[in-house]
Ligand binder design. Structure first.
Ligand code: TYM
Length: 335
């Protein structure tokens, strides 16, 4: 079992990242350790360069995001935690895979379409080839399980297509086909301001997301102001159809409580949001408080977090080297 996943070190970690991805990272890290496998988690700082960055902030943001992951339960003793830029094999393999990936495949990526918007000509080349680097990220380590939120599934399907074509074109069985691991317990979390848009660090409205660094008052205020409707909560999840905002809040409650939506509705059916929102805020505060406390402590010693990343990168380079060499051999760059 080889678990690999990454996150961009831009902005703060929010509840969508946590419930949609990071909690699964921690579970799989523990499963991998129990089975003698290995988990690798990285800060995708090279991917961050595909959008405008503030150079003075990138390295700091990387350390902060690493500390947040540790606070959420990623254990650098059990998993390898590093930043992508320190493992040059990621970029090297991405270039080799660039010969295999097709422009038509990349053109179909919804994230590219969303992020480039109407101004495709003005978008960075990196934004377009972003999924090729992401494919390199997982293929480099022969990942078997890639825990991601629902929005990243398309990129992983592309990684499988690239791996399949590479193996076929070069008559090799080099690359393991990675499985996107989207756990049913890992829901897509939507914006608190718009139930049709995903909760995102790039949303200009901070009120749209719960950040893991938000204090108790901010969490309570954001849930209080979250958009909802005037109907009471229904008896069953089917009754949430067409009520995106209401469904999102029930989804968040269920994920935080680690119980099915039905169990939440059994308790709250017939009640309005005046009762539900404070209960949700209390639950979120109880769950996120300990993470924030740990994060604050970790950020008191940023150098220690930096040293953890450097040690992780060294281990990652050692694991990455044989696959890169084999890929170079397969395409004829090495004998
Ligand atoms: P990123 O940084 O946007 O998000 C990190 C993880 O959080 C999940 N996520 C969500 N899940 C549920 N609801 C949401 N609202 C929500 N928002 C984000 C994402 O699905 C992701 O799992 N391209 C990736 C980073 C990456 C990567 C990789 C991931 C680079 N290389 C290789 C896996 C394997 C990204 O930008 O994720």
């Amino acid at each position: 079992m080889r678990v690999v996943s990454g996150i961009q070190p831009t902005g703060n970690l929010h509840l969508g990242n946590y419930l949609g991805a990071i909690r699964q990272w921690v579970r799989l890290q523990d499963d991998a350790a129990a089975q003698g496998g290995q988990a690798l988690f990285f800060l995708a700082d090279l991917h961050a360069l595909t959008q405008p960055v503030v150079p003075a902030e990138l390295a700091n943001a990387t350390v902060e995001m690493a500390a947040t992951l540790i606070a959420c339960g990623v254990d650098p003793e059990r998993a390898i935690l590093f930043n992508q830029a320190r493992v040059p094999q990621h970029s090297e393999l991405a270039w080799l895979l660039g010969g295999t990936a097709r422009v038509g495949w990349l053109n179909r990526m919804t994230q590219w379409k969303d992020k480039a918007g109407k101004n495709r000509e003005g978008a960075s080349v990196g934004l377009f080839t972003y999924p090729v680097l992401q494919a390199a990220d997982v293929l480099l380590y022969q990942a078997t399980h890639v825990p991601v939120g629902d929005d990243q599934k398309q990129h992983l399907e592309l990684a499988r297509d690239i791996a399949t074509k590479f193996n076929l074109d070069f008559g090799t069985e080099l690359f393991t086909l990675p499985e996107p691991y989207v756990s049913p317990a890992a829901p897509r979390i939507m914006s608190l301001r718009d139930g049709a848009a995903k909760m995102s660090k790039s949303d200009p409205s901070d009120a749209s997301r719960i950040n893991l660094i938000d204090d108790d008052d901010a969490i309570a205020a954001k849930f209080r102001k979250a958009r909802t409707d005037a109907e009471p909560l229904p008896e069953t999840p089917d009754g949430l159809a067409g009520r995106d905002e209401a469904r999102n809040l029930v989804t968040i409650y269920a994920a935080l409580a680690e119980e099915p939506a039905q169990a939440v509705l059994d308790r709250f059916a017939g009640q309005g949001f005046g009762a539900f929102k404070p209960a949700l805020a209390d639950l979120a505060i109880a769950r996120l408080g300990p993470i924030r406390t740990k994060l604050t402590r970790l950020l008191d010693d940023r150098n220690a977090v930096g040293a953890t990343l450097a040690a992780g990168a060294e281990r990652a380079r050692a694991l990455a080297a044989p696959t890169l060499l084999a890929a170079q051999r397969a395409v004829g760059l090495q004998v």
